[in-house]
Design a binder for this molecule. Structure first.
Ligand SMILES: [Zn+2]
Length: 209
């Protein structure tokens, strides 16, 4: 059997080796802590559209794709099997992909249950520019009826699961701004508002490409 080799997780200095993790200097430079050559990174912004299960993320994501031709929109659950290696590995892998997309000069929008604080300490966070997060939300009763209507194999329709998702929705609502209420807006209107917010943020902090 081939022994499994753990690839180095950090972005490290190619001259000094894996124990010299590159450090961020300013908005778009990575530097070797031992004084070696620096490396420019695109540092484009990353947008996150988060929310509890049942708030309508998947429906809105589909509508969002066509509204943001300058961005690459991802449904993060598309790679959920990677989470078998650990949630941090999964999230870090997304940040690495976001960086790869940025090298192509494009901005990523990640849609799924993610919190900004879950990204801050990941190794690949140094590769990414500012992270902007918005949350999709709906009143508790609407969330409960949407989750009850889901097939039982998804494991979200029990009363215990519903209460847990309601608590998570309340936490996100209190923590993240802006918040878009999917019970008041159609998926198209929600996608319009998110796209407008993203374009405003990109205009407010333009990054040289
Ligand atoms: Zn070095």
């Amino acid at each position: 059997m081939t022994p499994s080799v753990q690839p180095p997780e950090e972005t490290f200095c190619m001259d000094c080796g894996p124990d010299a993790a590159l450090e961020r200097h300013g908005s778009a430079m990575l530097r070797c802590p031992r004084g070696g050559a620096g490396q420019r990174i695109p540092a484009l912004p990353l947008f996150v559209v988060t929310g509890a299960r049942g708030v309508g993320k998947t429906t809105v994501t589909a509508s969002l794709r066509s509204r943001l031709p300058d961005c690459d929109v991802f449904e993060i659950d598309a790679t959920l099997q990677v989470a078998a290696l650990g949630w941090e590995v999964w999230r870090n892998t997304w940040l690495r992909l976001v960086h790869e997309v940025a090298l192509n000069g494009r901005v990523s929008v990640l849609c799924g249950s993610l919190q900004p604080d879950q990204l801050e300490h990941l190794p690949a966070r140094t590769l990414i520019g500012p992270v902007h997060c918005c949350v999709l939300d709906c009143p508790d009763a609407v969330l409960a009826s949407r989750l009850r209507a889901r097939p039982s194999w998804r494991g979200t329709s029990t009363e215990t699961a519903i209460a847990q998702h309601q608590r998570y929705a309340a936490w996100l609502r209190a923590t993240i701004d802006p918040c878009f209420d999917t019970s008041l807006l159609t998926p198209e209107q929600t996608a319009d508002q998110i796209a407008t917010w993203i374009r405003q943020q990109m205009k407010a902090s333009p990054v040289s490409r």
